[in-house]
Design a protein around this ligand. Structure first.
Ligand code: NOJ
Length: 571
C-alpha cells in the first residue's frame, strides 16, 4: 500500500502560522520553531502554502519568482533548514505549485509586456480588443469583474482568471511548459517531497476562447477552461518530464471536479496524481449565485456528497479529505455549533472526516477548534477576493453595506487566515498581526489545550494516531442508516477489524435503529453478540477511553453533537 494512504497532511498558511521575528507576519523561522509541535500531533506531511517571492496581491498565490523565498518569510537558507528539520522529524514537505498564473511582477510578464515581439510574450494569453474596444470575450474573474485587463502600451488585453495581478500562463507554449518542468525538478532536487497543485485543471483553455454561457452564477466562461481540451495531455507530460522521475506525493486542486474526472486522475495505473481536492462538499451551503449567496447548512446534503465520493472514488482512485483550508470559513462555525457545542462539534467533524476512506488534511488551527472571526466592518478584511466581492455587491448589485457584510461574514476566506492561536496572550507571539487575532484566543488556544487531556487537540492527536495504527482505516467503507435525515453512520472494515462511526451533527438527541444485516458481511453475528470498545468520542471524557461499552444495534441513542468510534477487533 502506498505510504500516503495512512498518512495525514497538515496545511500551513505561512502568513498566519507562526511569527518568528515579531514583525506581524508568519514566517519560516516561526514554522521551524513549531516543527516539534507538528510531530507531537502526529503529522506525516506538511503542505506549505506559497512562500515564493511575491507582491502578495493574493497572499503569495501570485508568484514573481518561483525559485526564491519571499523576504517576509525568510531566506533560502531558512527554507533548507526547515526542510531538513522536518525530515529529521520524519515529516515530508509538499509545496504549493501555482502555475495556472504567475504574478504580473514575474520577469516573464514584465518582459512580455515590453511588446508584441518580446520573447516571453506568448507565455501569457494576449488578445486584441473586441470590435467595440472592450474585452475579447465575456469571461469573468473568480475575483469579480472581467477576466481581461487592457495593456495600454501594446493595445492588447491579457487574460487573468484571478486578480489582474495574476495573468494566466499560456500552456499551449511548449517552451513555457519546459520552464515549469525545470522549476519543479529544481525543487524536487532540493529535497521537497511533492506538490499541491493550485487550480490545476484550469491550465488548458478552449482554442479561440469563445464566449461563455451566461447563467445564474456571476462566473462566466468556466466551460471553456475547466478541464480544457489539453488538460490530461499536459498532466501526462508533467508525469513524463518530472513526477515519474521522483518519489512524490501529489494532490491536484480541481475546480468543479467531477467524480469521473477524479478517477481519470487518481486511478493508480494511470500514473497522474495521487489524489485531488474537490469542492462539492464545501459548496453545500452556497446558493445559485455562489458563495456570497449563502443558504442554511443541511447536514444531509453534506452527507450525501461525502458518501457519493466515498462510493464512487475512494476504492478505485483515492480521496483527499478536508473540511477546512485557507479558502474556506472555519468548519466548526460553518457546519458545527461554535457556541453551545463548540468542543463537541469540533470533535464530531474530526471523527467523521478522519473516519472516512482517504487522506485527511488538517488546516492549521483546526486541531484546536479555531472559529470564524466576528467581522463587523469591511476594514477588517484583507483578502482581495472579499474586498472585490464587497465592491461588486454594493456597486453592481446595489446591496446595502450591512447586507454585503452579512454575506462576507458567511463565507469570507479571511475567517481562516487569522493567526494561529498559540496562547492566550497573542501579543507576545504574534505582535501587530497583518490581520486581527480572533478575540477568543483567550479561551481557544494551543497552550491551554496541550494541558487538557480532554481537549479538541487531544482528540485530533488520537484520531491521527489511529490512522497509522488501525488497518481498518484503510479498509472498506460502507454507509448505514441513510434513511435518517441527518445522522452520519458508516462502517469501516477489513479482515480483522470493524470500525463503526456514528455522528449526530444536530442540537437534538436522536435515536437510531441499526439493523445488524446492514453491517458489512461477516460481521453481523459478532456485532450482535460481542461488545465493542469505544475508542473515541466527542462527548465522553477521553481520559476514560478506550473502554468496552455495551452496544444494542436496534437502539442507539446519540446526544447532541455526539460522535463515536466503536471498534470490534478480532486480532
Ligand atoms: C486557489 C488557492 O487555494 C487560492 O487561495 C487562490 O486565491 C487561487 N487558487 C488562485 O491562485
Amino acid at each position: 500500500m502506498a505510504w500516503w494512504k495512512n498518512s495525514i497532511v497538515y496545511q500551513i498558511y505561512p502568513r498566519s502560522f507562526a511569527d518568528g521575528n515579531n514583525d506581524g507576519v508568519g514566517d519560516i523561522p516561526g514554522i521551524i520553531e513549531r516543527i516539534p509541535y507538528l510531530a507531537e500531533l502526529g503529522v506525516d506531511v506538511v503542505w506549505l502554502s506559497p512562500v515564493y517571492r511575491s507582491p502578495m496581491d493574493d497572499n503569495g498565490y501570485d508568484i514573481s519568482d518561483y525559485q526564491d523565498i519571499h523576504p517576509e518569510f525568510g531566506t533560502m537558507q531558512d527554507f533548507d533548514r526547515m526542510l531538513e528539520t522536518m525530515h529529521q522529524y520524519g515529516i515530508r514537505l509538499i509545496m504549493d505549485l501555482v502555475v495556472n498564473h504567475s504574478s504580473d511582477e514575474h520577469s516573464w510578464f514584465t518582459m512580455a509586456r515590453e511588446g508584441r515581439d518580446s520573447p516571453t510574450r506568448d507565455y501569457y494569453i494576449w488578445r486584441d480588443p473586441a470590435p467595440n474596444g472592450g474585452p475579447p470575450n465575456n469571461w469573468t474573474s473568480f475575483f469579480s469583474g472581467s477576466a481581461w485587463e487592457f495593456d495600454e502600451s501594446s493595445g492588447q488585453y491579457y487574460l487573468h482568471l484571478f486578480s489582474k495581478k495574476q495573468p494566466d500562463l499560456n500552456w499551449e507554449n511548449p517552451e513555457l511548459r519546459q520552464r515549469i518542468w525545470e522549476m519543479m525538478r529544481w525543487w524536487l532536487d532540493r529535497g521537497v517531497d511533492g506538490f499541491r497543485m493550485d487550480v490545476i485543471n484550469l491550465i488548458s483553455k478552449t482554442p479561440g476562447l469563445p464566449d461563455g454561457v451566461v447563467g445564474d452564477s456571476p462566473l462566466v466562461g468556466t466551460e471553456h477552461y475547466v478541464n480544457g481540451p489539453r488538460f490530461l495531455e499536459f498532466m501526462d507530460e508533467m508525469q513524463r518530464e518530472v513526477l515519474g522521475k521522483y518519489e512524490t506525493i501529489t494532490v491536484g486542486e480541481l475546480i468543479d471536479g467531477t467524480r469521473d474526472r477524479a478517477l481519470e486522475l487518481t486511478r493508480p495505473e494511470l500514473e497522474r496524481l495521487n489524489m485531488i481536492f474537490t469542492f462539492e462538499h464545501v459548496m453545500v451551503d452556497h446558493g445559485p449565485r455562489g458563495k456570497y449567496d449563502p443558504v442554511p447548512f443541511d447536514p444531509a446534503r453534506l452527507r450525501s456528497v461525502l458518501y457519493t465520493w466515498q462510493r464512487e472514488v475512494a476504492r478505485e482512485g483515492w480521496n483527499s479529505l478536508y473540511l477546512s483550508n485557507h479558502d474556506q470559513p472555519r468548519h466548526v462555525s460553518r457546519y458545527g455549533n461554535d457556541q453551545t457545542y463548540w468542543a463537541e462539534s469540533a470533535k464530531l467533524w474530526a471523527l467523521v472526516l478522519h473516519g472516512l476512506r482517504g487522506t485527511p488534511y488538517v488546516y492549521q488551527g483546526e486541531e484546536i477548534g479555531m472559529t470564524n472571526y466576528p467581522f463587523t466592518s469591511i476594514d477588517q478584511f484583507r483578502d482581495i477576493e472579499a474586498l472585490n466581492a464587497y465592491d461588486a455587491m454594493r456597486n453592481e448589485y446595489g446591496m446595502s453595506d450591512e447586507e454585503a457584510l452579512r454575506r462576507l461574514n458567511a463565507h469570507s476566506r479571511d475567517h481562516a487566515r487569522t493567526p494561529v492561536q498559540w496562547q492566550a496572550d497573542m501579543e507576545e507571539v504574534f505582535p501587530h498581526p497583518w490581520i486581527a487575532v480572533n478575540p477568543n484566543a483567550t479561551a481557544v488556544n494551543v497552550q491551554s489545550q496541550l494541558k487538557d487531556s480532554n481537549s479538541v487537540w487531544e482528540l485530533y492527536r488520537r484520531a491521527i494516531g489511529y490512522r497509522s495504527e488501525l488497518p481498518v482505516l484503510t479498509g472498506d467503507w460502507s454507509a448505514m442508516a441513510e434513511d435518517h435525515p441527518g445522522a452520519f453512520v458508516f462502517a469501516r472494515s477489513c479482515d480483522d477489524q470493524l470500525l463503526l462511526v456514528l455522528a449526530n451533527p444536530t442540537d437534538d438527541a436522536i435515536e437510531l435503529d441499526l439493523a445488524t444485516g446492514d453491517f458489512p458481511s461477516g460481521w453481523e453475528q459478532l456485532v450482535a453478540e460481542v461488545n465493542p470498545r469505544l475508542i473515541l468520542s466527542s462527548v465522553q471524557d477521553m481520559r476514560e477511553l478506550p473502554r468496552a461499552v455495551s452496544f444494542e444495534p436496534a437502539r442507539v441513542v446519540l446526544q447532541p453533537w455526539e460522535a463515536a468510534w466503536l471498534l470490534w477487533d478480532r486480532r
